[in-house]
Write a protein that binds this ligand. Sequence first.
Ligand SMILES: [Zn+2]
Length: 331
Amino acid sequence: MTRHGLAALPKAELHLHLEASMRPGTAAELADRAGRPLPPAGPFAGLGAFVHAYERARDLVGTLDDLHRVARELVEEAAAQGVVWTEVHVFPPTYAGRLGPDEGVLDAVLDGLRAGSAAVGGASAAGVVLGVNRGLPMSAAERSLALAIRYRDAGVVALGLAGDEANHPAERFADIFARARDAGLPAVPHGGEGAGADSVRACVEALGARRVSHGVRAVEDPHLLAELAERQICLDVCPTSNVQLAVFPSLSRHPLPRLLAAGVPVTLNSDGPLFTGSSLLQEYELVRTHFALDAEAVGALAETSLRVSHCPADRRSGALAALSAWRSGGG
Ligand SMILES: [Zn+2]
């Protein structure tokens, strides 16, 4: 199985943040135009330092055209890595007052994603996980919910949750996510990165999540691991990001093998290649070599990503057929 074989492996990326996906060349161009420094890359001392860098990247996006470009390039990069479907975390309220109303921000992103898909002949496409920030007032969460419901059939595929999980537990947002679920929008919250297993449990129990972004600190509680396996709740894991944000001290200490051994569904993701320097393809290559995964195990990661995604059914079935062909070709 070669790097070329991994690029041909049909897969989905389900945990990627829009501004953190910027091509380095695009970030440099936008920074130059704005007269601002480039945001620092990892490793980071912790989540706080990362959030600061993330905000600096977001500040480079100066117009709706910039947003459109970043979204379009995201799909073009995805297609080059064999990613047939991406779920992009976006937080329109964080542009409030700078790029106009939330609707205009979201339209620019969705148009950009569609333009990217068209540019690669439909080989790749993307949907938006519209974010709620744990640290903002509840009125901001209400705004995100209303926006997500309004765009439910126009590119928004789920409601996300991010931010300071240690100080803003998921339970506080139970009502928001219940209303999202009633409107047909599943929960895809971040949890188990900046706080422990209880935070992952809260995402599942209070928010009804069937997928959790990161979720890796679930390993701190064997009962929770068993429950995630039993209920087939998926963790959208980002190994390089976890090491660079000091969630684990090294890749050797990363719990990916333990999660897989426990039978927990896991997908592989890059989180933010602008900061980590590692694309999804590099993440596949990294875990393949570091954890000695064979073609079957790597194919299983890709299959999980397609099965648990909110990808349109025809795209999923086409990708699963291509994955089956990849497997019989030995990768
Ligand atoms: Zn994330």
